[in-house]
Design a protein around this ligand. Structure first.
Ligand code: NAP
Length: 292
């Protein structure tokens, strides 16, 4: 059984991952930037009598990461597995989004993961054992509006993960990238509900796409089970897609040239909705009463 640190466990994929791993008998340190947001995790773990320890850890802060990891080490001895799950999203056009959106997504999704990796690797290297699981996204391989700050941060996370895997393989430390598609979590629900006054159509379209996708069940436990499998199987496979639409999304993008991909994103609204329906089976078209 492994000692596992998971970041971002207040909701969604992180919360489910903490529960799934604890149910399987692993020692879980579920970390949250704000432990006041841990009630759902506390209640669910308590109900099942799962030994989940909640620790404050803000991936944006050097001090918080160092303090949390030192505290876990002093209690558990060592961390076998690091799951970099914490993440944020910002949607909008490149012209209109504030700088904060680009900086914040990079800080949490890329530098935050890197901060935790750099804090855990020295001990893993000494022990010649460990596993680092980075929760990326299909957006780590597909770039499109209105997700540019998010996709940029996930592309960066994937790039550093590949390089890290090369560095750590000789040291017997595994690195895995998990790429979920659309999963029912507060993050996906926020994207489905997002609205803004924009000169560009993409936020509105993605809100419809997420809304249509979330009509089907896509529980975060699907991703948590993939993470559990990576921990327990000892696999050296680098990339792991997760959720019902992850492979189809990647295959869809792969079926187009770069120029066709740009054309798709540049279509007018009606043509875009028809393409998403024809190619992907998602009905994103506005209802008759919504049309002005
Ligand atoms: P979520 O429910 O919004 O969970 C995100 C978690 O990250 C929350 O616990 C949040 O804490 C935490 N977090 C944010 N900033 C943090 C920070 N600075 N330090 C520590 N924790 C922080 O969303 P989710 O969908 O489960 O997202 C989990 C991961 O899956 C993310 O990396 C996301 O990019 C990835 N993902 C999600 C989807 C999807 O469709 N849902 C698809 C692909 C990839 P607070 O409660 O304090 O905000």
């Amino acid at each position: 059984m492994a000692c596992v640190l998971v970041t971002g466990c207040s909701s969604g994929i992180g919360l489910e991952t903490a529960l799934v791993l604890a149910r399987a008998g692993h020692t879980v340190y579920a970390t949250l930037r704000n432990p006041d947001r841990g009630n759902s995790l506390r209640q669910r773990a308590g109900k099942e009598k799962l030994p989940v320890s909640i620790v404050q850890l803000d991936v944006d802060s050097d001090e918080s990461v160092a303090g949390a990891i030192a505290a876990i080490r002093s209690e558990a001895g060592f961390i076998d597995v690091l799951v970099n799950n914490a993440g944020i999203e910002r949607t909008g056009s490149i012209e209109e989004l504030p700088w904060e959106a680009f900086r914040a997504t990079m800080e949490t999704n890329y530098f935050g993961a890197l901060r935790c990796i750099r804090a855990c690797v020295p001990e893993m290297r000494k022990r010649r054992s460990g596993c680092i699981i980075n929760v990326s996204s299909v957006s780590g391989r597909i770039a499109c509006s209105p997700m540019s700050p998010y996709t940029a941060s996930k592309f960066a996370l994937e790039a550093v993960s590949e390089a890290l895997a090369q560095e750590l393989k000789p040291l017997n430390i595994r690195v895995a990238i998990v790429e979920p598609g659309i999963i029912t979590t507060p993050m996906a629900e926020r994207i489905a509900e997002s609205e803004n006054e924009s000169a560009y159509p993409h936020v509105r379209r993605f809100s419809r796409m997420f809304d249509a996708a979330l009509a089907q069940p896509r529980p975060p436990s699907v991703v948590a089970e993939i993470i559990r499998n990576i921990v327990e199987s000892g696999t050296w496979q680098l990339r792991h897609t997760a959720g019902p639409d992850a492979e189809p999304f990647l295959a869809w993008r792969k079926s187009m040239t770069d120029e066709q991909w740009v054309e798709w994103g540049a279509l007018d609204d009606d043509a875009w909705h028809e393409r998403v329906l024809a190619d992907f089976g998602l009905d994103t078209r506005p209802k008759a009463e919504e049309k002005v």
